[in-house]
Design a protein. Structure first.
Length: 254
């Protein structure tokens, strides 16, 4: 179970990224996008960003016990290494091709408590922008990527725009779609495929972003803050009675 907000380090008690990086083409920093994805991530011990970029998911979410980023572009790797990171992050960045690094570290993906998030360059046929990455990804590479992750026993989620290249190989995976905005301020629809069932709120790795939108999340924060203030005013006997009542009413939590 993830810790309560009051138990988190101060840097994690807000909803801002704890590693500051510039915006990045194809990043998930757009309003609502990073929250929607984090709200689909179950508890895990190792987090792997397979196509690192400036991964907003890694920068916003509560850190796992171990965090890894795979990135082929040396310029991107240099940006991360210059960035100020919390000591508790335990982040290692490996430079190179995803397929090669994954093959050399197969043991990581054999663990059921590893979460692999993939945000490869989207198939060219789905993209309206004429911007190109320094290291593009062909349809053949996408096909090979999908073949490999289908055999992984760990938790896997992959972002894309809806497309037939993905829909058939991942037909048995859970799929959600949600609106987003591109860097050119155009409307788009993000798709996230996952090889695991929808996690219950209590099974999420990071519950700080639970809520359909910003207004709902802020309302929830205010209500919880009010409850915390009231609990802080209870005397020891009242706290003991409250704790016992909560255990009886919600045994699945306490």
């Amino acid at each position: 179970m993830p810790p309560a907000a009051s138990q988190l380090p101060a840097i994690l008690q807000h909803m801002k990224p704890f590693i500051q990086l510039p915006t990045y083409f194809g990043g998930k920093n757009a309003s609502g996008v990073v929250h929607a994805i984090i709200n689909q991530i179950p508890t895990h011990r190792t987090f792997v960003s397979g196509f690192l970029g400036h991964c907003a998911i890694l920068r916003f979410k509560r850190p796992a016990s171990r965090n890894l980023g795979f990135e082929i572009d040396p310029n991107v790797v240099a940006v991360w290494k210059k960035a100020k990171q919390p000591l508790s992050m335990h982040l290692a960045i490996l430079q190179g091709d995803f397929f090669q690094i994954a093959a050399e570290n197969q043991h990581i993906f054999q663990q059921p408590d590893t979460f692999l998030y993939l945000d490869p360059p989207y198939p060219l046929a789905t993209r309206r922008s004429r911007h190109r990455y320094a290291h593009e990804f062909s349809d053949e590479q996408h096909t090979e990527l999908l073949r490999r992750i289908a055999a992984m026993p760990c938790l896997v989620a992959i972002s894309t725009y809806d497309n037939p290249l993905y829909s058939h190989p991942l037909a048995t995976w859970r799929k959600i779609s949600f609106p987003s905005t591109t860097r050119g301020n155009a409307s788009a629809t993000e798709t996230l495929y996952m090889n695991y069932p929808e996690p219950a709120p209590l099974d999420l790795h990071d519950t700080r972003f639970v809520g359909a939108n910003f207004r709902q999340r802020e309302k929830s924060k205010r209500r919880i803050a009010t409850l915390e203030r009231k609990i802080a005013r209870l005397d020891p006997d009242e706290l003991a009675r409250l704790a016992n009542t909560l255990k009886l009413r919600f045994p699945e939590i306490f």
